[in-house]
Design a protein around this ligand. Structure first.
Ligand SMILES: Cc1cc2nc3c(=O)[nH]c(=O)nc-3n(C[C@H](O)[C@H](O)[C@H](O)COP(=O)(O)OP(=O)(O)OC[C@H]3O[C@@H](n4cnc5c(N)ncnc54)[C@H](O)[C@@H]3O)c2cc1C
Length: 374
């Protein structure tokens, strides 16, 4: 069977769902192809932290723009999405990290993003579960937490798209071919297939980075903010060894989501006890009572990473009708709405709210030496 649309999106994760929502606002006739459940890929594995990060000016611009887009739509999201402006508390273990925190504070201030320096004494009073002796912290009051799979479903519900439950086996030259032999024709395709994106657009500069997470039973009041060690940023950059970092998020019902790990080259989806043990050990260095909490579930997921740590948003190099929306690494929940809006602007020929050049697949992708392992 052959069907025609104005645009076909492959991938029903948070990014594809956001794209469907943004493009339907343009009144386009859309199909969204998803081989499994909506949001059941990397999206379901995520912490759902909508966080502003400043590794580069482009990352800061994209994360902040997207965070503001989430804020705009928050009121229309169903309760299951659990949108909650929880705030992030970055903690510094020593004076060197404290200096970094001060640098971040002034960068955020310059960008007009609210942040507050917290001294060591106040840290102990606002998060008593943290160990004593930490050097200080930085509170980002506008960071948010969502339930990521529910968010993907909600975005798709707000879209006007025909859901096609099949695997796409080929994309480009005016058609998407499905595993049942059907064809979807359109002048525009969006590759938002996450882990499956490189199979549909060959030669993508992305690699999979495995991550582990755990969730406890409910312990209401254990933490107030999502608390993350400053070293998380360092660990997120390492591309040569497996890393773990302290990153714990209280959910609305009091459960605690415990992260996080990053592994290159790990292919299997199984939970690795060694990595999990390292992750708990690291978190316990900051939250001494953590070993007394009961763990309810553990799981893994794969982040899709580019060498320069920015996503690929825009026309692919090989086929101008194929637009890429992938490579978001650990920020795809955060940046899904901005990705979708940038693509919708590009397709409509509108000037986007932030410059799109840093995310275009045609950019010169500067790989750090270690990133050659990608
Ligand atoms: C442990 C972990 C924690 C994370 N925490 C956060 C966080 O706190 N905040 C944040 O912003 N980000 C976080 N992330 C990153 C985030 O999860 C991803 O960046 C984001 O989910 C990517 O969304 P996506 O839609 O591109 O991919 P996916 O959610 O993987 O969606 C892709 C979809 O495409 C479908 N698909 C693939 N191939 C085909 C095909 N050929 N035909 C049809 N369908 C296909 C898949 O079934 C899947 O549903 C985390 C990731 C991990 C692993």
């Amino acid at each position: 069977m052959i069907q025609s649309f104005d645009a076909v999106i492959v991938g029903g994760g948070i990014v594809g769902a956001a794209c469907a929502r943004s493009l339907s606002q343009k009144g386009m006739r859309l199909a969204l192809v998803e081989q499994g459940e909506i949001g059941a890929g990397a999206t379901a594995a995520a912490m759902g932290h909508i966080v502003v990060l400043d590794d580069s000016p482009a990352q800061l611009a994209l994360t902040r723009y997207s965070q503001l887009l989430w804020k705009q739509i928050a009121g229309g999201l169903p309760r299951e999405v659990e949108y909650h402006q929880r705030g992030t508390l970055w903690v510094a273990a020593d004076d060197e990290e404290l200096e970094n925190i001060c640098r971040k504070h002034s960068a955020y201030r310059q960008a007009g993003i609210p942040s507050e320096l917290i001294d060591a004494q106040s840290l102990a009073s606002i998060e008593p579960a943290l160990r004593s002796g930490l050097a200080g912290g930085l509170l980002m009051p506008e960071d948010v937490v969502v339930s990521p799979q529910a968010a993907a479903r909600a975005l798709l519900q707000q879209a006007n798209a025909t859901l096609v439950r099949e695997k796409a086996v080929a994309m480009g030259s005016g058609r998407v071919t499905l595993s049942n032999g059907d064809e979807l024709r359109a002048p525009i395709f969006i590759n938002a297939a996450g882990e499956g994106a490189p199979a549909l657009t060959l030669g993508l500069p992305v690699a999979m980075r495995k991550g582990h997470l755990a969730i406890t039973r409910p312990y209401p009041g254990f933490l107030r903010y999502q608390v993350v060690e400053l070293g998380y940023l360092k660990s997120a950059h390492v591309t040569t060894t497996d890393t773990v970092a302290f990153n714990v998020q209280p959910r609305q019902n009091g459960q605690l989501l415990i992260g996080s790990s990053r592994q290159f080259g790990a292919k299997g989806r199984e939970v690795e006890p060694g990595i999990m043990a390292r992750m708990f050990e690291r978190a316990t260095e900051y939250l001494p009572a953590l070993p007394t909490l009961a763990i309810e579930r553990t799981w893994t997921g794969f982040r899709s990473a580019t060498p320069d740590k920015l996503p690929l948003i825009g026309p692919s190099l090989k086929d101008e009708t194929v637009f890429l929306a992938t490579g978001h690494e650990g920020l795809g929940i955060t940046t899904s709405l901005a990705t979708a809006q940038l693509l919708a602007d590009l397709i409509a020929g509108r000037t986007p709210a932030i410059p799109i050049a840093p995310y275009l697949p045609s950019r010169e992708i500067a790989a750090a030496p270690s990133a050659q392992r990608l």
